[in-house]
Design a protein around this ligand. Structure first.
Ligand code: MTE
Ligand code: MO
Length: 355
């Protein structure tokens, strides 16, 4: 079972999972923090695209864990080969493998802990996860290139096949399928009933959906009694809750899709951002900066490019699932917009600023 054929079969599955994970991860980073040249070209459709892509990211990353374990087990006798280097080329290849294994293990480990909202390390998660992803993918490409002849030689099943190897591969794929099926329900509605191992149940929480950062954690349990929405632009204005409620109210059915892997759809209602921008005299192509009541926190200020802000589904939501927002979901007002990561669905909004 430590033969190249086993490594090739596992490598194909693992490669597919990692490629999916890498591409959806890149997409997530671009949506969350786009480079300037891309900012105005991000898609607002399909409206729950991020739910699918980030769901796939966490599903493929989770499936990669048992596959990676099995792959490492298959090749481990070679990892402890002696002497460590027979030639310069051999030394370089082994160095590449060391980087690949280390970055891959750290990548899935940080990713898994992130889905549990647990950050027991001193470095920033997002940047580390991003650069490790490039490192691991680069290492993987070099590895595949170095092993191409061996991979080609063992691509087809030998005849007769090995019953023992088949049993091992069946066990590994069963394990990968099991962790996938018991966690995917946090983003895939029809797998919800199997959602045994996922850290979140998307239907549990106040008003029928989970909360990431609570109002208590953000220090916004009670909004100031004189709360007003400030809209800064060519014609600045301030609106009380009563005035906001007198503006036309619209409904959106949109998910919160958290980067940590859970998604939950809800019925939102409130005022269209595009109408607020018009009231403030914003030019058509202007984006908007949204600021929260929260005193600090990485998601206190959020920039929204114009085409999201002008999208008819983008709301300053005042109600969710038929009720006034609870403090945990962003009372007095929050942002809800299509095809954006949950971190950008700013809660406890106090100010809009035309950019
Ligand atoms: N002001 C503010 N808004 C925020 C956050 C935050 O920390 N501060 N967290 C975001 C994250 S990470 C997610 S996933 C969503 C979750 O929304 P919910 O708690 O209403 O489900 O809110 C977002 N809005
Ligand atoms: Mo999130």
């Amino acid at each position: 079972m430590h033969e190249p054929r086993t490594a090739v079969v596992l490598g194909r599955w693992l490669g597919a999972a990692l490629l999916t994970c890498f591409l959806t991860g890149l997409l997530s980073h671009l949506l969350q923090q786009p480079p300037t040249w891309l900012r105005d070209h991000l898609p607002s459709r399909p409206v729950d695209g991020y739910r699918v892509s980030q769901g796939l990211h966490v599903v493929s990353g989770t499936a990669a864990i048992p596959l990676l374990g099995a792959k490492l087990w298959t090749v481990y006798p070679r990892l402890f080969e002696w002497p460590p280097a027979r030639s310069v080329a051999h030394a370089l290849e082994r160095l590449g493998i060391a980087v690949l294994v280390a970055s891959m293990l750290l990548e899935v480990f940080t990713g898994l802990l992130n889905t549990l909202q647990w950050y027991p390390w001193p470095f920033p998660f997002r940047q580390t996860h991003f650069w490790l992803g490039w490192l691991a993918t680069g290492g993987l490409l070099l590895h595949v290139a170095a092993k191409a002849p061996l991979i080609a030689a063992h691509w087809r099943r030998p005849r007769p096949g090995l019953a023992q190897r088949r049993a091992f591969l069946t066990a590994v794929t069963t394990a990968a399928a099991a962790v996938t099926l018991t966690t995917a329900g946090q983003s895939v509605p029809w797998l919800r009933r199997l959602d045994l191992l996922a850290p979140r149940r998307p239907d549990l929480g106040p008003q029928g959906l989970p909360v990431n950062r609570t109002a208590a954690q953000a220090g916004t349990t009670t909004a100031p009694a004189d709360w007003r929405l400030r809209v800064d632009g060519p014609r600045p204005l301030e609106l009380t809750m009563d005035q906001l409620l007198q503006l036309p109210q619209y409904n959106s059915e949109l998910p919160i899709s958290c980067v940590e892997g859970w998604s939950a759809s809800a019925h939102w209602s409130g005022v269209r951002i595009t109408e607020l921008l018009d009231l403030a005299g914003a030019p058509n192509g202007a984006g908007v900066r949204v600021t929260s009541l929260e005193a600090d926190g990485p998601y206190r200020v959020m920039d929204m490019p114009a085409h999201y802000a002008r999208h008819p589904l983008t709301l300053l939501a005042l109600r969710v699932n038929g009720q006034v927002l609870t403090p945990d979901h962003g009372y007095p007002a929050r942002i809800i917009a299509p095809n954006r990561p949950g971190v950008l669905q700013t809660k406890w909004v106090s100010r809009l600023e035309v950019l």
